[in-house]
Each structure stands twice: as structure tokens, then as C-alpha cells.
Design a protein. Structure first.
Length: 94
């Protein structure tokens, strides 16, 4: 995970804590557009923790699209059951 992703995650957490919706939206957008093998697990965890539906869906779509990648499969144990379930459904349906 690069510095921008780390910063975006921390800013998202703070924006949620202090109710700064414009900052939260900017962080969500950055994270959703920059999902990668290095960050999708922590992004999906943050989306669930803060109940951010659009970011959770972006992570689910990323997982579904990359489900056959070895790195993606290795990390499945760190992803919540609900995110993993939705990702598998999206993979099957596409």
C-alpha cells in the first residue's frame, strides 16, 4: 500500500469521526479508483467498519474481477464473510 492510500484511509477514518462528508467522499473516490492487490483487504475492512456501501461494493467488484489471482485468494481469510459472499455472487453472475 502506498502513502496516498494510507493517507486516504486515515483521512477517511477522521472524516467519518468528525463528520466531514466532502473529505470522506474524496477519500472514498480515491480508494475505490485505486484498489490493488496490496490494499483491497484493508479497504474492504474500512468500508465495512464505517458502513460505506459504495466503497464496499467497489471492493466486492474488485475481488470478483480478480478472484482467480493467487494473491487475491490467499487474502480471503482476512475478508469478512459478507464481502466475500457478495464478491463470489458477482463473480458467478458476470
Amino acid at each position: 500500500m502506498d502513502l496516498n492510500d494510507t493517507l486516504a484511509l486515515e483521512l477517511l477514518r477522521q472524516a467519518d469521526k468528525y463528520s466531514v462528508p466532502e473529505l470522506a467522499k474524496a477519500c472514498e473516490k480515491h480508494l475505490a479508483e485505486n484498489l490493488s492487490p496490496e490494499n483491497y483487504v484493508v479497504v474492504s475492512q474500512m468500508a465495512e467498519m464505517l458502513d460505506i456501501v459504495s466503497l464496499r461494493e467497489a471492493a466486492e467488484n474488485y475481488i470478483a474481477k480478480n478472484i482467480r489471482q493467487p494473491k487475491t485468494r490467499k487474502d480471503f481469510e482476512e475478508i469478512s464473510d459478507s464481502v466475500l459472499r457478495e464478491s463470489i455472487v458477482k463473480f458467478i453472475v458476470k
